[in-house]
Design a protein around this ligand. Structure first.
Ligand code: PLP
Length: 387
């Protein structure tokens, strides 16, 4: 199978897996049992890894929480801020095209009496297609807004949000900004100090690290705005009481190594993935007529490896079923557990039927030109068969 679904997950870089192995098998101490050398070794490895992560994202060391992934990080950030006992504000703003790990948390808060505003994005055809409408954001903000939660880069259409401008607006009203940066970290330089974003979520498996580990940072704001988080997991009090449970040194070392490598390779990866992505689009345009893009133009505010297209006459699911040797995904996105038509594509103003005719490709750093050529052949041939 030719893997072109790098927004769903990426393969673990072998250099990352090698670094992790020693912490699984030989140095297996509990990083919270530091009364002996085995525990201290593990604790030191965790601390060094957290420093690497903090330095890369430009936050203080003690403001990184290790979680099971971005889903948990998003839950902890949004619920943690809104439900903190000292939180006086009762309004949350998010966008219509967030990942369900944001939208479902927001909707549960709404059920529990919070005011939740979901702002829209510019529609397909607009120069800023897929970007949140800053006028809508400004109109929605008020002095009761506790938090704005807008993703950094979209997982379906790859659109990059104007995150620094969003931070500025949120802060003008005294609100904090959380950004689900799951698709951005490791693919773009994510600098929380420069952008003044207060909190971000990420998952290691999106930047060639292991699955089941992620992070939440809460020290990004330039003025170190005070972030109070109500923990979700209570127990042993690990991670400054913010997330109880024994940390996995292998996972933390793996995440830090993956982040360090991915960040140092951003330029090279961007160049390679952009070239292959552009080639894929060009070739598919020759095979399928008419083919439309979902989201912004290819070489503007968009992740370099992302391609999301609208087919004229065939459902994405049917194309996928006819082309089993290429891994890509239909409009229902990141988790195919949800068979609904994509809310992201419909958020662009497209119809449900258009959303079902949309597919997403994610090119990653391990994809090669030869592989891509083969994939284009298979995709074109399968399309010809079913249309
Ligand atoms: N947020 C975004 C933007 C994503 O792309 C994903 C990926 O699935 C998630 C959150 C959830 O990540 P995870 O499943 O690793 O918790």
């Amino acid at each position: 199978v030719i893997y072109l679904d790098n927004h769903a997950t990426t393969p673990c870089d072998r250099r990352v897996a090698d670094e992790m192995m020693v912490w699984l098998v030989e140095r297996f101490g509990n990083p919270h049992s530091t009364s002996h050398e085995m525990g201290r070794q593990a604790a030191d490895a965790v601390a060094a890894s957290l420093s690497v992560i903090a330095e890369t994202l430009r936050v203080p060391d003690d403001t990184v929480v290790v979680t099971s992934g971005a889903t948990e990080s998003n839950n902890l950030a949004i619920d943690g801020i809104c439900r903190h006992p000292r939180q006086k504000r009762r309004h949350l703003i998010t966008s219509t095209i967030e990942h369900p790990a944001v939208l479902d948390v927001a909707r549960r808060l709404r059920k529990d009496g919070f005011r939740v505003t979901e702002i829209g994005v510019h529609p397909q055809g607009h120069a800023l297609a897929g970007q949140v409408d800053l006028v809508q954001l400004e109109t929605a903000l008020d002095d009761d807004t506790a938090l704005v939660s807008i993703h950094w880069a979209n997982n379906e259409i790859g659109t990059l949000q104007p995150i620094a401008a969003i931070a500025k607006l949120a802060h003008r009203f005294g609100a904090l900004l959380h950004s689900d940066a799951t698709q951005a970290v490791g693919r773009l330089p994510v600098d929380l100090h420069a952008t003044d974003v207060d909190l971000i979520s990420a998952s290691a498996h999106k930047f060639y690290g292991p699955k089941g580990v992620g992070l939440l940072t809460f020290g990004g704001g330039v003025q170190r705005r005070r972030v109070r988080l109500k923990p979700m997991l209570v127990g042993g009090g690990q991670q400054r009481n913010l997330r109880s449970g024994t940390m996995s040194p292998a996972n933390v070392v793996g995440m830090a190594t993956a982040l360090r490598l991915a960040t140092s390779e951003i330029e090279a990866t961007t160049e390679v993935t952009r070239k292959l992505r552009d080639q894929l689009f060009e070739s598919l345009c020759d095979a399928i007529d008419p083919l439309e893009l979902n989201g912004s133009e290819l070489n503007s505010d968009r992740l370099a490896g992302n391609l999301n297209i609208l087919l004229p006459d065939v459902e994405g699911e049917a194309w996928m079923a006819a082309c089993r040797d290429v891994a890509f995904s239909s409009g229902s996105a990141c988790s195919s557990v949800d068979a609904n038509a994509s809310h992201v594509i419909m958020g662009l103003g497209r119809s449900e039927s258009e959303a079902r005719r949309s597919v997403r490709f994610g090119i990653g750093k391990f994809n090669t030109a030869a592989e891509l050529e083969q994939a284009i052949g298979l995709l074109s041939e399968a399309y010809e068969r079913i249309r």
